[in-house]
Design a protein around this ligand. Structure first.
Ligand SMILES: *[C@@H]1O[C@H](CO)[C@@H](O)[C@H](O)[C@H]1NC(C)=O
Ligand SMILES: *[C@@H]1O[C@H](CO)[C@@H](O)[C@H](O)[C@H]1NC(C)=O
Ligand SMILES: *[C@@H]1O[C@H](CO)[C@@H](O)[C@H](O)[C@H]1NC(C)=O
Ligand SMILES: *[C@@H]1O[C@H](CO)[C@@H](O)[C@H](O)[C@H]1NC(C)=O
Length: 363
């Protein structure tokens, strides 16, 4: 951290501060508390660079950075470009650089400021990652009671949930193995991309993030219509197109299969001209494609807010035509019969001669 070459000047500045100590003390507390923040954010993946910024006053001549409430400063920086802030860079984030940071600044007129509020810096990607799931599911109606669960391996007792990367600070849940995060009755503000992290209670080191989980809030626009081309009954091995059409101007369409744990398929229209419809091609179909399909429409500006569900379309897959496999089966059976005949001849010859089976094979 910091630039060692700058130390002599900084020491001189510090010395000035100390020499004027008595004067400072008279006005102690008069300098406003600085603010502290992390760029790009307080959760940094292991090995990544980051900067802690401290913002005080234009009169500040030196900034101090403190870690884990130790009274001696960890680092010292001069204000940057005579602005009212200083940056402390960390070249590579690790478990050693994670922790609780505070900063303070000195000005000639007002002396030392009080310390900033604490900034908790955590390192992620130190352990293998947990998985995140949603109950009742990732597609929820506004008003539904939504709970997220973070599943992790044994030995973790601290969990954090983030939404839309960096917008919310982590929540900490102690003492649960695979904890539930109850989000309560959802509204449109709950739509977004969630991730969870697991960690140990005494460190600021976290796991890598879980795979992202998109929570989509249903019911924001009127329902689209769904249809199948050429029709809802398909023969095994053929393709079918499911069309989702919106009466209002929306440019994104989602196709969801009832009971499927997979996220809905998404198609975005290139141009926003009528008709507002998207075609999902399915197949060549197998019996796995059979089921009930629903589609939703949305506006790409608000990707987590969906329309009401369309009516349900039941896709039926008819059994494979029997003759398709008759020839193949005959060939297989023929092959098996031939092998049996050859083995039979070998055995027969072996029993006839006094020699062993090996002799028979050699002959
Ligand atoms: C400080 O000045 C340098 C050089 O002019 C510039 O590249 C840098 O972006 C400036 N930093 C800030 C924080 O304004
Ligand atoms: C929401 O669901 C959770 C878990 O199913 C339950 O414990 C909780 O009481 C529910 N909350 C409300 C407000 O219904
Ligand atoms: C950390 O976890 C251990 C064991 O689970 C527990 O005994 C201890 O009290 C915890 N410490 C804190 C600070 O929560
Ligand atoms: C589709 O939904 C209907 C009505 O709920 C149900 O009777 C039918 O079994 C479902 N089809 C499949 C393949 O799940």
């Amino acid at each position: 951290m910091g630039d060692r070459a700058r130390t002599p000047t900084l020491t001189a500045l510090l010395c000035l501060g100390l020499c004027w100590g008595p004067c400072d003390q008279v006005q102690a507390g008069a300098a406003p508390k600085p603010s502290i923040w992390a760029d790009p954010g307080p959760m940094v993946s292991r090995g990544s660079p980051m900067t802690i910024w401290c913002q005080g006053s234009l009169q500040a001549d030196v900034y101090h950075l403190y870690k884990d409430r130790v009274s001696k400063p960890l680092d010292t920086e001069a204000p940057q470009n005579s602005s009212k802030k200083a940056g402390f860079s960390i070249e590579s984030m690790s478990t050693h650089t994670a922790g609780l940071y505070q900063c303070a600044y000195h000005s000639r007129r007002k002396g030392w400021s009080e310390r900033s509020d604490p900034l908790l810096l955590v390192v992620t990607g130190v352990y293998r990652e947990p998985s995140l799931s949603a109950q009742p599911g990732s597609l929820v109606f506004s008003g539904d009671n939504l709970t997220l669960q973070c599943r992790s391996g044994a030995g973790f007792d601290r969990f954090a949930l983030t939404k839309d990367e960096g917008l919310t600070s982590p929540q900490h849940l102690h003492g649960q193995h695979s904890p539930y995060f109850p989000l309560g009755h959802v509204s449109h503000t709950h739509g977004g991309q969630y991730r969870c992290y697991s960690g140990h209670n005494l460190s600021h080191a976290w796991s890598a993030p879980s795979d992202p989980l998109d929570i989509l809030i249903v019911g924001m626009y009127e329902k689209p219509s769904i249809s199948a081309q050429p029709g809802p009954s398909v023969s095994w091995g053929e393709k079918v197109t499911l069309q989702c059409r919106s009466e209002i101007s929306l440019d994104s369409f989602h196709l969801s299969k009832e009971g499927s744990p997979a996220a809905p398929q998404l198609l975005r229209l290139q141009d926003a001209a009528a008709p507002f419809q998207a075609s999902f091609t399915i197949g060549p179909v197998t019996s796995n494609h059979e089921g009930n399909y629903t589609c939703y429409s949305s506006d790409s500006t608000f990707p987590y807010l969906l329309s009401l569900p369309s009516d349900t379309l039941e896709l039926l897959v008819s059994a494979p035509r029997p003759q398709d496999y008759t020839v193949e089966n005959l060939i297989r059976m023929g092959g098996a019969a031939l092998i049996l005949v050859v083995l039979g001849i070998l055995l027969f010859q072996a029993r006839d001669s006094p020699g062993s089976l090996e002799d028979a094979a050699r002959r």
